[in-house]
Design a protein around this ligand. Structure first.
Ligand code: FES
Length: 114
């Protein structure tokens, strides 16, 4: 099992905000949803825009390029034009530090409906 990686202090990512970090060479965006932290691939599965440059609404991150939406807890894609879900990563909080596992988890299937 891979080691968790320290990526930020909890006070660096306020509720309702996100921060791009690197975990084992991958760009990941850490999101604070009401005091709970989640981590999702920073790279949009459509045309590789950086999701951390997008917007966060509740538990949904919106890609800045064409507006695809991803659920930050599951990585599930919720809106076109992306059709593939994004990987998510387990997160732990240790004191005032946010740690992310480099072990990606991916939601199976194409979940959105046309
Ligand atoms: S690059 Fe994200 S929706 Fe197109």
């Amino acid at each position: 099992m891979s080691e968790y990686v320290r990526v930020a202090r909890t006070d660096e990512i306020a509720p309702g905000t996100m921060k791009r970090v690197e975990v084992a060479g991958r760009a990941v965006v850490v999101v604070n949803v009401g005091g709970e932290f989640f981590a999702i691939d920073d790279t949009c599965t459509h045309e590789e825009a950086s999701l951390s440059r997008g917007t966060l609404t509740g538990e949904v991150v919106v890609c800045p390029k064409h507006g695809a939406r991803f659920h930050v807890k599951t990585g599930r894609v919720l809106a076109l034009p992306a059709v593939r879900s994004a990987a998510v990563y387990p997160v732990r909080v240790d004191g005032d530090e946010v740690l992310v596992s480099p072990e990606a988890q991916r939601t199976a299937g194409v979940p959105h409906r046309r």
